[in-house]
Every structure is written in C-alpha cells, then in structure tokens.
Design a protein around this ligand. Structure first.
Ligand SMILES: Cc1cc2nc3c(=O)[nH]c(=O)nc-3n(C[C@H](O)[C@H](O)[C@H](O)COP(=O)(O)OP(=O)(O)OC[C@H]3O[C@@H](n4cnc5c(N)ncnc54)[C@H](O)[C@@H]3O)c2cc1C
Ligand SMILES: *[C@@H]1O[C@H](CO)[C@@H](O)[C@H](O)[C@H]1NC(C)=O
Ligand SMILES: *[C@@H]1O[C@H](CO)[C@@H](O)[C@H](O)[C@H]1NC(C)=O
Ligand SMILES: *[C@@H]1O[C@H](CO)[C@@H](O)[C@H](O)[C@H]1NC(C)=O
Ligand SMILES: *[C@@H]1O[C@H](CO)[C@@H](O)[C@H](O)[C@H]1NC(C)=O
Ligand SMILES: *[C@@H]1O[C@H](CO)[C@@H](O)[C@H](O)[C@H]1NC(C)=O
Length: 576
C-alpha cells in the first residue's frame, strides 16, 4: 500500500523520468486511483516528500529494468499494443475537480455540463455506435482562444482526463464520440476570420470557422468575391474538423483534399504547449512536415486552433453536364480517357443505377432520367466560348465510351437544376431508406478509394457481394478521385450482417490496391481495416508517434489506432 501511495505521488508530480516511463507503462491503474485518499492521509502524517521521492526512485529503477527485459522502449522505433499497459485516467472525482479548475481558469460560462449539451455531443444520426453510459462526456468546454485550449489541456494533463475535440460534429466515423468518461472541447466559438491576403491567395482563420462561412464571407467582400476554399464537405463542417479528417468532397478532383489546401496550423499539444507548424510561404523545405502529420490525425495528436488556408479562384464561367452510360465501367473509362486528354473538371460525380432510381422516385427534381450509371460534371473556364470547346471534346469522348444521353445546361439556373440531383442525393437516400426499407432504417456510409483504373472492377465485385444479401444499397462516387461511397440501408436487426459485409468490402478494396477511407477517416469502426491495409508495423509506428506526443493518452483516446490493450470499443460498436 505504501508503495502504491508513492507511485501515485510520482504520477501526480511528474518529473522527466517518470513522464517517460508513464508513456509506456503504468501500474495497475484502477487500484492506484482508488488509493488516492490513502496517499493524502499518508502525506499529511509524514509531511515528507523527500522520502517519497527516494522510494519512488527505487520503484522507477525497478520498472526500468523490467522494461528493458520485456519492452523495446526506448530503444525500438515502434510501440506494439501489447507493450502498453492500460492508460491510467483520473477518477470521476478527479474529472469533476478538473472541470471546476477549468471554470476558474477560463471562465465559468464556458463550461456546460447540462444533459442536453452532452447528448448533443454523442450522436449525429450517422454514427454506428454510441457511447455507453460510463463512456459519455461529463462536460463541454466552449473555448474561445488558443490560450483557453492551452489552459484546458494543462489541467486535463494534471488530472489525467481524456479530452475529445469537437467542431462541426458532421464526421461520419464516430471520431468525435467518446469511449471514456471525458470532457469535450467544442471549438465552434473560435470562428473569426482573422486575415485575408488576397495577393497571396491565402487566409488566416480560427479553427471553428465553417467552410461555408468562409466562402460566404469572401463572396461579400469587394475584391474577394471570386475567392473560395477549394475544399467542401458536409454542411456545417469546420476548418479544424476538415483538417483532422483530411476532408475532400466534390471540389477535390480539381483542388485536392484539405491537406493540399492548407499552409500551416497553430495547435495545442496534449500538455498545453502551443506550436505553429510553419510560417506562411507556400514553399518550404524547412523541418518536418508537422502540418502533414496533423492532417487526418482525427484529433489524436493536437487541438488545432488556427489554420492558414489556401484560397482558390473561381473561374469566371462554369456549367454542368449530365451524362448517362449503359454500364459503370463505361462511365469510369470515360473519366480516365478525359484525364488522359488533360481535362480538369470542378466536379466529376457518379451516381449508380440504383441511386438514379432513388433520385427518380424522390420526385424532387424536375427531370427524369434512365436508371443507369450517370456522371455529373462541372466544367469551368475563362468564358463561355472556352467552356463550349471543352464540352465539344467531352461529348466526343463520352460517345466513344457508349454514352446514352448527354444533357448540358444552357443557363446558370439550368446548371443548378441539373446538379441538384447530385447535391441533394443524400436527403433523397435517407427518405428512400425510411419509405422503402424500414422506418427505423439506418444507412451505413462506407468510404473506399482505389486507383481509378481498378474502380470499375472493384465496384463490380462489391455489387456481386451485396446482391447475395438481403440489403438495399446505392453507390455514389467522387470518380475523379477513385473514391466511392457504397451506402447500405439496414434495419436495426441487420447490424451484424452489414458490419460483416463492410468488412468483406474492405477486403475487396484492398485486393484492388485501395484504402479503407478516401475522405471520412478511420474513427472507431475502421481501425482493424487500417491495420489490414498498412500492416502491423506501420500501425505500431503510428502508435509510437501517438504515445510520444501524448504519453498519458488523453487526447481523443481509441480513435484511429488502439491505445489500450483492454480496448473498450467492442462494446461501443454493438450498435445503437
Ligand atoms: C451530409 C454530410 C455530407 C458529407 N460529405 C462529405 C464529403 O463529401 N467529403 C468529406 O470529406 N466528408 C464529408 N462528410 C463528413 C464530414 O463533413 C467531414 O468529415 C468533416 O471534415 C468533419 O468536420 P467537422 O467540423 O464536422 O468535424 P467533427 O465531426 O467535429 O470532427 C472531426 C474530427 O476532427 C476532430 N476535431 C474536431 N475539431 C478539432 C480541433 N479543433 N482540433 C483537433 N481535432 C479536431 C474530431 O475529434 C474528429 O476526430 C459529410 C458529412 C455529412 C453529415
Ligand atoms: C458546439 O457549440 C456551438 C456553439 O458555439 C453549437 O452551436 C453547437 O451545436 C455545438 N455542437 C454540438 C454538437 O452541440
Ligand atoms: C490527404 O488527402 C490527399 C488526397 O486524398 C492525399 O494525397 C494526402 O496524402 C492526404 N494526407 C495529407 C497529410 O495530406
Ligand atoms: C506538408 O503537408 C501539407 C499538408 O498535407 C501539404 O499541404 C504540404 O504540401 C506538405 N509539404 C510542405 C513542404 O509543407
Ligand atoms: C421515374 O419515376 C416515375 C414516377 O415516379 C415513373 O413513372 C418512371 O417510369 C420512372 N422512370 C424510370 C426510368 O424509372
Ligand atoms: C474567351 O477567351 C478566349 C481565350 O482567351 C478568347 O480568345 C475569346 O475571345 C474569348 N471569348 C469571349 C466571347 O470573350
């Protein structure tokens, strides 16, 4: 008991050595924590820290020799999961104290612990699991500045409290949903557009600025109206969330994913240290690419508070073409052929036959289409004459690929109308699920990407697999990026079936040199897929990065890679 009490002293007053050790191994956590009171009574009896430190030192020596036998840290370069002990988080009482301290440090009004605020942060309708009662957040902190975030993280470190960063809450892989009793940092009040540099085509924004908010702002500023963020994704998403999932969407075929649309970020590390990854030049060979490290890190390494984003220039003229094909492979081949001619489009979106049937059934668009694979193009250029030249060439190439119908817009209104089928398809699909599948139907939104040359055969195999199952599904793709969503509808009792099917789909995608996530991220449900895709050593290397930056494993635990040999996620993923 005495020994444990001193361990706790070390844990609470980390010096460099114990901090390193804590990174890799903790003594059996729960017992330590429940013995906390004994430490205080002991400390008050002896009043002696020195004695504690000496005994603690010997304990650490003993731990140290234990590691060198059984663990490669610190000599190895990777951290396999079985080299870690379960993380040792603060107790519920510690959490409560931590929240009180946060209120004192940054202002009570920024701390909200109401049931409504908490439920708001546990479900967006798309997540396939939900925190269990003991995994729910306890408080939401509405930070307003980088300094606020830093103060919160310092206290979270002191009390060892898990923290989940939360911005727009639109992510589709459950990356914002807690698996541990924790606090949420909602960055949405950090929504200032700090500075626009029109000559450099970039802007400095706070993390909680929405992509739509930024675009609307630019449209309203004289001289900036033709500038925009090149990246779009779910309505309501914020810049920091987009950085953390490497989001993309429709514009990515032209402007790339979020990673390609940022220059640098300011972020707060788990211990509260504030860093900036780069200055503002676009070009740099200076130092590690920490910006790239944070892109797609799903809030597991740092909390992003400011971002320098690139701005893209809207072309003066843009129109829309809709092209229908007899088969998926014709449609994909047409896209390849267009690329090989050097074409660039502002969008190339594909809806498969089943999705077109759903569009037709929705009665929400003014036109009717054949229920066949259909491509939606956005074509832009200097002026109408130039764009018409592109369209001529486009028509020629799609014809060679057996297209059955080409429609092009004759006005801006018509362009909007033609693209509406693609733009609103998600809502049509949700209606379809409700009306045609089950009133409690949910939609499993998958997100795979493959090299474009293997896309048609991937989709064919995926179709063959799904057609043997009693499931409705539809495919839509950002074909320009070889990225597709095969959205599967399911009744609550079909949850396990879909889960298995999605796993098989992942295998098919891997056989076609693909990835388990083109744009939505890994979150909780695709961690095993990621390991299948990249191999154990690569994941162990990622884990090394994670524990070296976040030794207490407090920042968005369990997301993307497993950090606890007693991983708590299986329960979570049993469905809603
Ligand atoms: C209708 C709909 C359509 C969508 N379409 C697309 C699409 O076309 N393309 C696409 O890529 N995605 C799409 N998405 C998914 C979603 O919009 C993106 O994943 C988006 O990047 C999430 O941003 P967010 O601000 O909502 O982040 P959140 O959902 O709040 O968080 C996303 C991740 O970032 C982390 N995070 C949040 N804030 C911070 C921060 N300040 N610092 C560090 N980490 C942080 C979270 O912990 C989480 O891991 C769609 C979603 C919906 C609902
Ligand atoms: C985050 O905070 C903002 C207020 O700034 C709020 O509008 C938003 O709904 C919050 N997110 C969630 C999921 O509650
Ligand atoms: C982000 O996405 C793009 C395109 O999908 C990819 O090329 C890039 O490697 C991703 N990651 C980073 C860090 O940019
Ligand atoms: C670093 O990563 C970012 C984000 O993916 C990317 O935009 C940039 O081109 C990379 N390279 C440099 C030198 O910044
Ligand atoms: C589209 O739907 C309408 C009615 O909803 C139906 O009459 C028509 O046959 C459908 N067209 C196709 C191609 O399925
Ligand atoms: C459109 O742009 C092209 C290329 O710069 C130019 O040759 C042509 O005159 C322009 N046409 C119109 C109608 O402005």
């Amino acid at each position: 008991m005495l020994g444990r009490a001193f361990c706790r002293q070390f844990v609470r007053r980390p010096n460099q050595l114990s901090r390193n050790l804590n990174a890799v191994r903790f003594q059996s956590s729960k017992r330590l924590i429940s013995n906390g009171n004994r430490f205080s009574s002991f400390a008050s009896i002896t009043g002696s820290f020195t004695l504690g430190s000496i005994i603690g030192f010997f304990l650490i020596q003993e731990w140290d020799s234990h590691y060198s036998k059984t663990q490669r840290f610190p000599l190895g370069s990777t951290t396999p999961l079985d080299q870690l002990n379960p993380p040792q988080y603060g107790s519920s009482q510690d959490l409560e104290k931590c929240v009180q301290e946060i209120g004192k440090a940054i202002g009570e009004t920024k701390v909200v612990s109401t049931a409504a605020a908490i439920s708001h942060h546990t479900e967006n309708g798309f997540n396939i699991g939900k925190p269990l009662p003991d995994q729910r957040p306890r408080s939401v902190i509405y930070v307003e500045s980088t300094e606020d975030v830093s103060r919160v993280m310092k206290l979270a470190t002191e009390y060892r409290i898990p923290v989940v960063p939360f911005s727009g809450g639109t992510c589709l892989e459950g990356s914002t949903y807690s698996t541990r009793e924790c606090i949420i940092i909602n960055t949405s009040k950090m929504n200032q557009i700090l500075q626009v540099f029109p000559d450099d085509l970039d802007a400095l924004v706070q993390a909680g600025v929405g992509w739509q908010q930024l675009n609307e702002y630019l449209t309203q500023q004289p001289g900036l109206e033709n500038l925009m963020l090149g990246c779009d994704c779910g309505p309501g998403a914020h810049i920091c969330g987009m950085v953390n999932t490497n989001a993309s969407g429709i514009g990515a075929t032209r402007y790339g994913s979020m990673g390609a649309n940022i220059i640098s970020v300011k972020a707060v590390l788990p211990d509260g240290t504030i860093i900036k990854t780069k200055r503002r030049p676009r070009k740099s060979s200076a130092g590690y690419n920490l910006t790239g490290l944070l892109v797609g890190s799903e809030g597991t390494l740092a909390i992003v508070t400011e971002v320098t984003v690139k701005l893209q220039v809207r072309q003066p003229f843009e129109t829309v073409a809709v092209v229908q094909f007899p088969t998926l492979s014709d449609s994909v081949q047409a896209v390849s052929d267009l690329f090989k001619k050097g074409f660039q489009f502002n969008a190339i979106e594909m809806l498969d036959a089943k999705t077109m049937e759903c569009v037709n059934k929705s009665n929400q668009i003014s036109r009717t289409y054949e229920n066949v694979p259909t491509l939606f193009f956005k074509i832009a250029g200097l002026n109408k004459t130039v764009v018409n030249e592109y369209i001529k060439e486009l028509k020629h190439i799609v014809k060679l690929n057996h297209c059955t119908k080409v429609e092009t817009a004759r006005s801006n209104e018509e362009a909007t109308e033609l693209f509406a089928a693609r733009k609103n398809v998600l809502y049509m699909m949700l209606d379809y699920g409700f009306n045609e599948v089950h009133e409690e139907a949910k939609m499993w939104i998958t997100d795979f990407a493959v090299p474009i040359s293997t896309m048609a055969s991937t989709l064919e195999k995926v179709g063959q697999l799904l057609d043997t199952k009693p499931l409705h599904y539809m495919v839509l793709g950002h074909v320009g990026d070889g990225n597709f969503h095969c959205d599967i509808f399911y009744r609550p009792d079909q949850y396990q079936l879909v889960k298995d099917v999605v796993h098989q789909m992942n295998k098919i995608t891997l056989d076609h040199e693909g990835t388990c996530s083109g744009e939505h991220g890994v979150g909780l449900s695709k961690r095993d897929f990621l390991q299948e895709e990249l191999g154990k050593d690569t994941i162990d290397f990622m884990r090394r990065l994670k524990v070296s930056i976040d030794p207490l494993r407090i920042l968005n635990p369990d997301k993307m890679i497993k950090i606890d040999p007693k991983d708590p996620v299986d329960e979570y993923l049993k469905g809603i």
